[in-house]
Structure formats: structure tokens, C-alpha cells
Ligand binder design. Structure first.
Ligand code: BTN
Length: 245
């Protein structure tokens, strides 16, 4: 049996009341390129739904039943967190993923980034990004623990444990940052974006163990401007990175 999830599609300029319109208003006000906002109370995965959405759409869910993470992992998505995917015309997905992590990190004071795109507060992860290319589109899925319970996970935290920010506050901040970073990216300001990323990326200079399909590489990590890390002179674009010290 296939579960079916119905969402509400709001187009720029449409007016209405309720939670869906409140979040849509934040998204449309901050993202000048946005044309459609899809709101789901419950959905399998916004990244999955994004495959059939048009470029310049944002898909937002209050809860996901099959939230997906990097490296075939799942992303537990209980109420109280932020779960959304932005659909853009095909572009360099790793750069879009990097600007998404940066936009989330710059939205919450004291955030740090663990390569490639985990966002941490005081050593624990509160945000993850899943960037995917699908047909001629780029999809960036952003999951943020705001006030959802994460006590079952040893290495996760939520923002509420540190700062009194609401889901709307966090969404607003991320939208604002994403708009700026995306505009800068399209304007060719990659170096400036990358420098801001590098400044808060904790992985630089750390001894790491990187697990890639079929290989484990250990050494001191440096960042490369194309978003890869360099360990023992070798560039790695994707993998599970463990900080050893
Ligand atoms: C990770 O850290 O492994 C990435 C997690 C990405 C989770 C988000 S939540 C919104 C979007 N929909 C999904 O199914 N996944 C992403």
C-alpha cells in the first residue's frame, strides 16, 4: 500500500489564514525567487515530494514519517522541528548544500559546522542537510531540531535547550540567510561564501577518520575551496567524518 499525503499549495500573492499561510508569508517575504509554498501537516519526506515539485518551490512539513538523511540514514522528524526542502533549477548541488548549512549555522548564535554539512551547537548536531540532484533540479532538504525531543540521541541537541527561539524565528533567520547566500552564489561570490563557511567549520585542522564506501582514511583534515576535505593530500567529496580530537 502506498501512503498518500496531501499538502496545501500556496502561490505567491495568495492570501489566507492559519499556520500554512503564516510560514508561507515568511518564505515569500524573504526568498524573492520563491513561486510556490507547499505545506504538509504530515508527509513521508519533503525531499521525496520535492521530486515532483517545480523549481522555485519550498516544501514544508510539520512532521515526516520517513525523513531521509545522508548516507541512506533516516532523519527522525517529530513535531517541534523544522523540515523543509527547497527546489531550485539544476546547479552545483554541493555548493547549494554548503550554502544551506551556512544559512542554518548563521541563523543560530555559536553554531559550528562539521564537514560536510552538519550544524552543531556545543558539539552536538541540531541540523542536517540532504542535497540531491533529481532530473534537471537541485533539491536541498534542511532538518533542524528546534523544540522537538531528541533525548533518544546521544549526539543530537535542539536549539531550545540553549536559546529561546521559536520555530518561526529560526525559519525566518534561515530564509533570510539563504536568500543572501543564494544571491551571492549566483553573483559569483563563492570565495566570500567559502571563507565564512571555513571560519566556522570545526573540521579544519582536526584529526579525522573519514569513512567512504569501501575505504577509511585517517589524518588531519583541511578544507578545499570546492567543498571537499583534504586528508593526507587526498580530496574527499563525500563520507562520514569522525573528529578524533
Ligand atoms: C543528515 O544530516 O543526514 C541530513 C538530514 C536532512 C533532513 C531533512 S528534513 C527535510 C528534508 N526531508 C528529508 O527527508 N530529509 C531532509
Amino acid at each position: 500500500m502506498r501512503e498518500s499525503f496531501s499538502g496545501l499549495v500556496i502561490r505567491r500573492g495568495e492570501k489566507g489564514f492559519g499556520k500554512a499561510f503564516e510560514f508561507a508569508e515568511i518564505a515569500f517575504r524573504n526568498l524573492p525567487f520563491l513561486e510556490e509554498f507547499h505545506f504538509f501537516e504530515l508527509v513521508d519526506s519533503t525531499n521525496e515530494r520535492a521530486k515532483s515539485a517545480r523549481p522555485f518551490s519550498l516544501l514544508f512539513a510539520e512532521e515526516q514519517t520517513s525523513g531521509r538523511g545522508r548516507l541512506e540514514r533516516s532523519w527522525v522528524s517529530k513535531k517541534g522541528g523544522l523540515y523543509f526542502s527547497i527546489v531550485l533549477p539544476g546547479y552545483n548541488v554541493s555548493k547549494l548544500t554548503l550554502i544551506s548549512a551556512l544559512s542554518a549555522a548563521e541563523a543560530v548564535k555559536d553554531s559550528k559546522i562539521k564537514w560536510p554539512n552538519d550544524v552543531l551547537l556545543f558539539g552536538k548536531k541540531f541540523c542536517g542537510i540532504l542535497g540531491e540532484a533529481f532530473e534537471d533540479k537541485a533539491i536541498v532538504g534542511i532538518g533542524i531540531n528546534v523544540e522537538n525531543d531528541v533525548s533518544e540521541f546521544e549526539f543530537a541537541c535542539n536549539i531550545k535547550s540553549y536559546y529561546p527561539l521559536s520555530i518561526k524565528d529560526v525559519f525566518e533567520n534561515v530564509m533570510k540567510n539563504f536568500a543572501k547566500n543564494y544571491t551571492d552564489l549566483l553573483a559569483g561570490k563563492w570565495r566570500e561564501i567559502f571563507e565564512r563557511f571555513a571560519k566556522i567549520c570545526e573540521t579544519r585542522g582536526k584529526r579525522v577518520k573519514v569513512i567512504t564506501p569501501g575505504r577509511v582514511i585517517e589524518g588531519v583534515a583541511e578544507l578545499s575551496e570546492d567543498g571537499a576535505i583534504v586528508v593526507n593530500g587526498e580530496k574527499i567529496y563525500s563520507g562520514d567524518c569522525i573528529h578524533l580530537r
